[in-house]
Write a protein that binds this ligand. Sequence first.
Ligand SMILES: Cc1cc2nc3c(=O)[nH]c(=O)nc-3n(C[C@H](O)[C@H](O)[C@H](O)COP(=O)(O)OP(=O)(O)OC[C@H]3O[C@@H](n4cnc5c(N)ncnc54)[C@H](O)[C@@H]3O)c2cc1C
Length: 356
Amino acid sequence: MTHSTDVAIVGAGPVGLFAVFECGMLGFRSHVIDTLDAIGGQCSALYPEKPIYDIPGYPQISGGDLVERLEAQAAAVHPVYHLGQRVEKLERLAGGHADGRRFRLTTSKGTVIEAGAVIIAAGAGAFGPNRPPLDGITAYEGRPEGSGVQYLVRRTEAYRGKSVVIAGGGDSAVDWALALHGIASQIFFVHRRDQFRAATESVAKLRALQGPNTGTTGLEIVVPYQLAGLAGDNGMLSEVTVASLDGNRRRLPADALLAFFGLKTDLGPIAQWGVALEQHHLPVDPATCQTSEPGIFAIGDVASYRGKLKLILTGFAEAATTAHAIFPQLSGGKALHFEYSTTKGAPGSQKVDAQG
Ligand SMILES: Cc1cc2nc3c(=O)[nH]c(=O)nc-3n(C[C@H](O)[C@H](O)[C@H](O)COP(=O)(O)OP(=O)(O)OC[C@H]3O[C@@H](n4cnc5c(N)ncnc54)[C@H](O)[C@@H]3O)c2cc1C
């Protein structure tokens, strides 16, 4: 199916979501595409329950709550989300169209979106987990949260009463072990050595929790062991085997394996879209956030310019800059009469072309 819209936004991270709102305030409708099944980018995928302290107006807000609020704010301007699909192709339409469509995006699911302008808010690229090399692992993936092999936690409650193996030695592994302690019935924390690459304070908390594994709220640090095998029936995980370098093997009862070996990000197809790339980033003019290609803009972590700060609040400002830079391009050169939102009125009250 081919969709037609004013602006296509690649990436539904916090910055892409705010761009929906800023474009909406100027009367433009957006379609947003993300590889992940959920919106929120890094905030949802990497730290939904961690507090962020530097969002203006919020002394403290978790990654998940921030995304919820951005979604609610954007809802007023009626975005269309296309999730669970990666934008593979971005082409310029020959000659453009009378209604302003200039670009065609095609996703991995075959969705086609034609738009007058494109905003790339792709962060570090599409996310994918670093999978441990275990035979038959894919059979245990994609199961409901709290079971099978998972690479991120969305809801800690899904693990209530479950036996969970957590593998990895970095911040994610340690933080989630701490967060799930007292929720999961047992946690086996597996790492190949007895040293961790996580915040010292968190590691101290983890070690303090280590005690006899009673099967109720126990946590056992299983070192120096590595994942060696998975067992279960019909994709329902029941056991994780771990092995030490000197040949000891242990079989751990497990409803779920949480594997935290980092997420690999892949700018992937963006390199083929004809926009200039520099060290995995898209250089932009900070006055407009336009890339080397007219009509294609980049904001948030993926955009670079001198003095760039990779912060959510910087990305928010870039979203506003971009929406204003897009305005004359989508309105036949008409100058934008700048107004504050207090003057302009509630989002959604602006005129929006009937598209999409
Ligand atoms: C642990 C941690 C803590 C942090 N704490 C803070 C903090 O306290 N304050 C702060 O300001 N920042 C913090 N950050 C950084 C902040 O999360 C990022 O700056 C922010 O997420 C960038 O937002 P974004 O929308 O540009 O990109 P992202 O959040 O990375 O989202 C980009 C999205 O684009 C999607 N995508 C990429 N390519 C494609 C494609 N081809 N097709 C479809 N979708 C695609 C990806 O799947 C992803 O969902 C933290 C980061 C981490 C990891």
